[in-house]
Design a protein around this ligand. Structure first.
Ligand code: SF4
Length: 335
């Protein structure tokens, strides 16, 4: 399934990322494609090491050595970000694409007050006076529920939840069109996590930015996102609108992830079952389906032929999966 290119904010095409290791390259993200429309919230899920956080960093070209982007395109608002120079990509970061990481301390400078950090970001990108930037910084802290009276606080004077809210305020400072959230609340307790995600969803509705939400928590993603894409061992294996995916997952890996997760809402009667085995060694991935060694439905063909990403049902091109159980005569699609 491909959307009309004119309607897309982000069009990731066959993105591949490798890590240099022992004189060779280990491909951590292998020909992954997906799209995001303006204002859409897409979840990216999968086990640790599946490549989802690597994608989050690759989009705004924030990967550092030994990671290297080895192929593909990241088309943002019509421009391939992999083809522009460093000045152009710096202009896109924060202004157009902002990130919120799991650990807010990665985004906050521990020796600077919040006011200084927010004012720095605003004045670095916008031609405004220091006073105007401070006013905007106060508005941002109000917006994320910290309150402008904490402008002069240092990060260590804030709770974990407040630090994460401050990181979100910095991310929203320049009114980006895409916010990438990489496990933004994983380090927080569930009550604070819920509060922050509810606020983020409210802000997203108010400000209209698109979101790429990276998480291992499918239940959380199903509540927060419009669509979910599932990664396994560097490949995208299933994508669908969020609630249909939760209730009608097709790929055995997605089903395994769901069966292994607690159902907080009582929708599923499946008892919790840990996924057996471990993902393949990406320095020598198997030739067929990468999930074959762990899949109870594996067939002979799965061990030598890699399944393409195809619509699950011809009538519903929004639900795609890469599994020989559903192979049909149609072309590979873009999630
Ligand atoms: Fe299982 Fe085969 Fe489908 Fe892979 S392609 S998930 S091994 S049935």
């Amino acid at each position: 399934m491909r959307d009309n290119a004119d309607e897309l904010l982000l069009d990731v095409r066959d993105l591949s990322v490798a890590y240099e290791s022992g004189g060779g390259l280990v491909t951590a993200v292998d020909r992954v494609s997906f799209t995001l429309r303006p204002g859409e919230i897409l979840g990216l899920a999968g086990e640790s090491g599946c490549g989802k956080s690597t994608i989050a960093l690759a989009l705004p070209r924030l990967l550092r050595s030994p990671a290297v982007i080895t192929g593909g395109q990241v088309v943002f608002d019509g421009t391939d970000l992999l083809g522009v120079d460093d000045t152009a990509i710096r202009a896109v970061r924060w202004r157009d694409i902002a990130l919120v990481f799991q650990n807010a301390m990665n985004a906050l400078n521990p020796v600077l007050r919040l006011s200084a950090q927010l004012v720095d970001v605003i004045r670095h990108h916008d031609k405004v006076s220091a006073e105007q930037a401070r006013e905007r910084a106060g508005e941002l802290l109000d917006l994320v529920g910290i309150g402008r009276d904490r402008l002069r606080a240092y990060p260590h004077q804030l709770s974990g939840g407040m630090r994460q809210r401050a990181a979100i305020a910095i991310a929203l400072a320049l009114r980006p069109r895409l916010v990438i959230l990489d496990e933004p609340t994983t380090a927080l307790d569930v009550v604070v996590q819920r509060e922050i995600l509810d606020e983020l969803k409210g802000l997203q509705g108010e400000l209209g930015f698109a979101v790429l939400f990276v998480s291992h928590d499918l239940e959380l993603l199903a509540e927060f996102t419009d669509r979910i894409a599932i990664m396994y061992a560097g490949r995208l294996v299933e994508a669908a609108p969020s609630l249909p995916l939760l209730d009608g997952a097709a790929h055995p890996y997605t089903r395994g992830l769901l069966a292994a997760a607690p159902d907080l809402h009582g929708r599923r009667s499946v008892s919790r079952t840990a996924l057996p085995g471990t993902p393949p060694d990406l320095s020598a991935p198997p030739p067929g389906c990468r999930f074959a060694e762990r899949c109870e439905k594996a067939m002979d063909v799965c061990r030598w032929d890699e399944p393409p990403l195809l619509p699950l049902n011809g009538a519903d091109p929004t639900h795609v999966t890469a599994c020989h159980l559903y192979s049909q005569d149609s072309q590979e699609v873009h999630a």
